[in-house]
Design a protein around this ligand. Structure first.
Ligand code: RIB
Length: 301
């Protein structure tokens, strides 16, 4: 039996990470340690998580022909991701993320998109056959919005389900929402998408409902240690998170997305995919780095 195909369209970065006791406030300098240069980027992270968790994964993205680009490509291939759709741009730096992660597990991230900004709708036109043949398309908002809109439109035209992780948050038009089978924001992204409060679970449910009424089919909100809420037009279910000691939450949401895609492809069972994704994300927060701490299938036994 051939495995179903997960195609991830999105960003790839080099993550420059420093661990700090607390995150700095504006104008403040804090001392940190454990400086680390590691492969990251929401798209690449999600592709790697899905591949390590048993998916047959291809990655459509854009990196520079530089050392950071080589680190990113090696990490994708070492995890079994098909990189034949990856564009390597000369005279263009790879994307970079500066990440501060606090002892409590919280982090703050600034990115310079570099080559990610050159992933264009024409690059998507060049891989329409791959999109049409995929079982699910996974995308985020770290690539140009015109490109992501085009991906969703192409997938919709071929009836291929789309999982959109709207990160970093931005408002979404109804047309795009209608092309999304699974919308997977975190609490802050849900607030950014809807302009509504999301402080307590009841608020999250109300905000998710507004997106369902606008055309999204499933809204799955990741709520960190509180768990995840899956909402459809006629019901909402809360899934508590496994309890673990968090060291670094960088990439936890990406691990959730990749794990969800892998398990949903295997089982077509959305609730089972949420539970599996939570286990994978919980594993990932117990180690440092986005990709370094992502589990392989055997780690979840
Ligand atoms: O979601 C975590 C990722 O966000 C990091 O790997 C960083 O590259 C940014 O894209």
């Amino acid at each position: 039996m051939s495995k179903c195909k997960i195609l991830v369209v999105g960003s790839a970065n080099a993550d420059l990470m420093i661990a700090t006791p607390t995150l700095p406030k504006p104008g403040e300098t804090v001392r940190g340690n454990n400086f680390l240069v590691a492969p990251g980027g929401k798209g690449a992270n999600q592709a790697i998580a899905a591949a390590r968790l048993g998916g047959d994964v291809g990655f459509i993205g854009s990196v520079g022909d530089d050392d950071f680009g080589r680190i990113i490509r090696t990490s994708l291939s070492d995890s079994g991701v098909d990189t034949s759709y990856l564009c390597v741009r000369s005279n263009c730096p790879s994307g970079v993320a500066l990440i501060l992660s606090e002892t409590s597990g919280e982090n703050m991230i600034a990115i310079d998109a570099g080559a990610n900004d050159f992933l264009l709708p024409t690059d998507i036109d060049a891989v329409v056959d791959a999109i049409a043949g995929a079982s699910i398309i996974v995308c985020q908002f770290e690539s140009p919005i015109a490109t992501i809109e085009h991906v969703v439109a192409v997938a919709k035209a071929y009836g291929v389900p789309v999982l959109l992780n709207p990160a970093p948050a931005r408002r979404i038009g109804d047309e795009m929402l209608e092309g999304v089978r699974f919308l997977v924001p975190n609490r802050q992204e849900l607030a950014g998408l809807t302009g509504l409060p999301t402080d307590i679970v009841a608020d999250v449910e109300v905000a998710a409902k507004t997106l369902l009424l606008r055309g999204a089919q499933n809204v799955i909100v990741t709520l960190g240690r509180e768990g995840a809420l899956r909402a459809t037009i006629d019901r909402a279910r809360m899934f508590p998170a496994p309890i673990v000691e968090a060291v670094d939450t960088t990439g936890a949401g990406d691990t959730f997305v990749g794990g969800f895609a892998a398990e949903w492809c295997r089982t077509s069972d959305i609730d089972a995919a949420v539970i599996f994704a939570q286990r994978a994300a919980a594993y990932s927060v117990t180690g440092r780095g986005a990709q370094a701490s992502m589990p392989w299938l055997s780690n979840l036994d």
